[in-house]
Structure formats: C-alpha cells, structure tokens
Design a protein around this ligand. Structure first.
Ligand code: PEP
Length: 250
C-alpha cells in the first residue's frame, strides 16, 4: 500500500542445505517479473549466504540477507558471526530481534539495539522485529509491548535506507493464525506514529512489514492494509512458487 515500495523478505530460519540452491534459483528466475511491484530479499541460514549471493550477483530484483549477527565486529566469540562477515558473504540486510531469538536466546531490547547498530556499522539494513505474545494480546497490552520494544530496540539515526521494522505477533508465527486486517492496521498506524515522532521525515518512509503466517491466500488482503509496506515471511518463503505468489499479491 501507499507510495512506499514494498519489501517481501523471506526468513528461512534453520532450514536449507546446498541442495536448496535450485529453489533459490527458481526465485531468482521469477523475481524480475515482480520487481516492478516489490523488492525481494531471501534470508537463508548463514551457511548458504555466500552461495546464494554469488547466484544473485548483479540482480536488482532479489537480494540476500541474514537472520542474526553478533554486536561486535570480530573477536573471541566462538560460534558467532559479525555483521561485517555477513556483509562480506553478500548479505545486504540482517534480521535482528526475531521473536525466536528473543525467546530461545534471551535477547533483550538492549541487545537487539546493539545488533542493529552493528548492522549499520557494517553498512547494511537492519530488519528489527517486534511483536506481542498471545498472553500480552489477551491482556490488552499489544500497543504498550510493541511501543516499548520499538523504542528500546531501535538505535538513533534510523533512515528509510538503513531500517525496516517487522511487526510479527508471536502467536501468529508458524501457527496459521493471523490478526484481522483491522488489528494489523491499528498496530502499524501506532508504529508509524512512533517512527515519525522519533525520526521525523525518515520515519514516514521507513518500511513496516507484517509477519506471521503470511501465505499466497492471505497476502493481498494483508498487504492492502494502511502502513503495511511488505511482509516478513517464514514457512511460505521456502518454496519459490509461494514466495513469488506472495510478492505478486502486493
Ligand atoms: C517469521 O518467522 O518471521 C514468520 C513470519 O514465520 P511464518 O511466516 O512461518 O509464520
């Protein structure tokens, strides 16, 4: 919706092997046809970033991203990967603060903010995720939770180029459940207001993605909601046909 160019970002999570290269190539082959409508980004596991980026080299239609990074550029952090390394492998953007990282690894808003700063230090775009749990929604705390996560997870200096916000209600991720269009509109309007308050003119242009059980059959309705500037897609981003169909829906 609106004048902001939509972004359809795929989060492959902990899925994908070298044998997935063919699926990525199918996405690349179909990407040009949707390039007029939306930017496309695929975030595979770190092990596949370099191979995917090599295939996508020179493509304006489809970019490659990462799912997490360490806040530091290098050092004694066994098993971790820095934003600089991910950029070097070919990532243009990095998801930070995904609810699975917050839940499985105890990531706080303060850490997510440090990671977003690391993404910028590496010259990449941070896709910062926020969203309430079912319990928080039931308690009527959705806006309060999203607002506090947003303020504490975002560094100062956000622009339309360096930041994408993803609103992902935790209860909608991987469940097949989605909020109503009205509920999505309310949260996205609230996020937009906070972004404008803090980042002024840039805040009006920063993309706000919806994420949580987006699939070809519901994408068009969700993408038509005011202040929804694309989608962060998990499960349905693993298949080229589904991912491209979602992009055609915006
Ligand atoms: C996600 O993990 O970012 C996500 C939105 O997952 P799914 O589309 O599978 O609900």
């Amino acid at each position: 919706s609106n004048a902001i160019r939509p972004l359809i970002a795929g989060n492959w999570k902990m899925n994908g092997l070298k044998s997935s290269l063919g699926e990525f190539e199918a996405m690349l082959a179909g990407a040009a046809a949707v390039a007029a409508k939306a930017d496309l980004l695929v975030c595979p596991p770190a092990t596949l970033i370099a191979a995917f980026a090599e295939k996508a080299r020179g493509s304006k239609a489809l970019g490659v991203g990462a799912q997490d990074c360490h806040p530091k550029p290098s050092g004694a952090h066994t098993g971790d990967i820095s934003a600089e390394m991910l950029g070097d492998a070919g990532a243009r953007a990095i998801i930070v603060g995904h609810s699975e990282r917050r839940a499985d690894h105890g990531e706080t808003d303060a850490l997510v903010r440090q990671k977003a700063e690391a993404v910028w230090r590496a010259g990449l775009t941070a896709i910062v995720c926020i969203g309430e749990t079912q319990k928080q929604r039931d308690a009527g705390q959705t806006l309060e939770i999203c607002g506090s996560q947003l303020s504490a997870s975002l560094p100062d200096g956000a622009t339309e180029k360096n930041l994408v916000v993803a609103y992902e209600p935790v209860w909608a991720i991987g469940t097949g459940l989605t909020p109503t269009a009205g509920d999505v509109e309310q949260v996205h309007r609230f996020v937009r207001e906070l972004l404008i308050e803090r980042f002024k003119g840039e805040g009006a242009k920063i993309r706000i993605l919806y994420g949580g059980s987006v699939k070809p059959s519901n994408a068009a309705e969700l993408m038509a909601v005011a202040n929804v500037n694309g989608a962060l897609v998990g499960g349905a981003s693993l298949k080229a046909a589904d991912f491209l169909a979602i992009a055609r829906g915006c």
